[in-house]
Design a protein around this ligand. Structure first.
Ligand code: FES
Ligand SMILES: [Fe+2]
Length: 341
């Protein structure tokens, strides 16, 4: 893959694990944003995500580190670190080292996922991660079958590719084989949390008019890392897509689907049907992945007039999440060509 001309250290909420991967007392190793990290769950259930290396002599806390009540104890010399990354005990010294601190990340557990707030400058969160239920006007987890998941680690793609899908009306016909091209009814990129709604159908032939289509998707993008969707007028489903940079060229992709419960008698059959529908939604997402994983970010894309507005809006919006405040030259070029009469 051509290295994307976009920073792999964007600001925002990013998924680093699923909650059920880290039980009480567990120390979970991971690497994101080119940093080795650990996530550990204290006796109280509280989860901490911090950089992996002990500030004493650099042991990796994910190899033999032990949760002791509410602190994490280093395997090398037993120094203990708090949930704020502070040293609270040196077992062979009468006082801790108050100066050294391990970098911790703001963390939330939502919709069964662990999200961390990443910002290269250490700024505090300035928007909230979307919630696959609460971000929409109705529905809760109880209305849906259990979550189904896709996990594709280490793919050569950038989170922005995935979000650009949300304004890319033309790909639906070719990648997802929709009979007609969807029509966008909302593009709201005014704030770090943005909204995209479109009318779409997966049924019928290409003879239908978009005005007659009675189904669609609403998407809420919380920055570049996490997006949630709600569908209407078709098989009731919710999805979460979460793309997290691992290093300078790869990202972990996670995708979650919930299928709505129906009021049938046969629970076992309903569960089976839900699994099938869920797999189908995941399969659709995998069709996108196949493109994204081999795509070269087009910096100065060749856009049609119809595509220009959506791509310009999303690329301009995306710049706020990059350390250099620039997405790519495509933003300026598109803006310039928009101004032309
Ligand atoms: S390296 Fe962690 S206590 Fe010494
Ligand atoms: Fe897609």
């Amino acid at each position: 893959m051509a290295k994307p001309p976009l920073s792999m250290k964007p600001t925002g909420w990013f998924q680093v694990a699923w909650c059920d991967e880290i039980g009480v007392g567990d120390v979970h190793r991971m690497k994101y944003f080119s940093q080795d990290m650990v996530a550990w769950r204290a006796a109280s259930g509280r989860l901490t995500v911090m950089n992996a290396y002990c500030e004493h002599l650099g042991a990796h806390l994910g190899y033999g580190g032990r949760v002791v009540g509410e602190v994490l104890q280093c395997p090398f010399h037993g120094w203990q670190w708090s949930q704020q990354g502070r040293n609270v005990c040196i077992p062979y010294q009468d006082r801790p080292n108050r100066g050294r601190r391990i970098r911790t990340y703001p963390v939330i557990e939502r919709n069964e996922s662990v999200y961390i707030w990443h910002d290269v400058d250490g700024r505090q969160p300035f928007f909230d991660a979307p919630d696959v239920f609460a971000s929409f006007d109705e529905g809760s987890a109880a209305d849906y079958h259990p979550q189904q998941r896709l996990y594709r680690p280490g793919l050569e793609l950038h989170p922005q590719y995935v979000l650009e899908n949300g304004v890319d009306f033309a790909h639906f016909r070719y990648v997802h084989r929709t009979p007609i091209v969807p029509v966008f009814t909302r593009h709201d990129f005014a704030a770090p949390v943005s909204y995209v709604d479109f009318t779409i159908t997966f049924e019928g032939d290409d003879g239908q008019q978009i005005e007659d289509v009675n189904s669609g998707v609403q998407a809420v993008n919380g920055g570049l890392g996490v997006a949630v969707t709600k569908s209407w007028g078709m098989v009731d489903n919710r999805t979460i897509s979460a793309i997290t940079p691992v290093d300078g060229s790869t990202s972990d992709v996670r995708f979650m689907v919930y299928i709505g419960r129906t009021t049938g008698k046969d629970a076992a059959r309903a569960e089976l049907r839900a699994r099938e529908f869920g797999r189908e939604v995941i399969r659709q997402f995998e069709q996108d992945i196949e493109i994204w994983a081999h795509q070269r970010y087009s910096d100065r894309p060749a856009l049609t007039p119809d595509e220009l507005a959506g791509f310009t809006a999303i690329r301009t919006w995306a710049t706020q999440f990059y350390p250099d405040g620039r997405g790519s030259s495509a933003v300026e070029v598109s803006a310039a060509s928009l101004e032309r009469p």
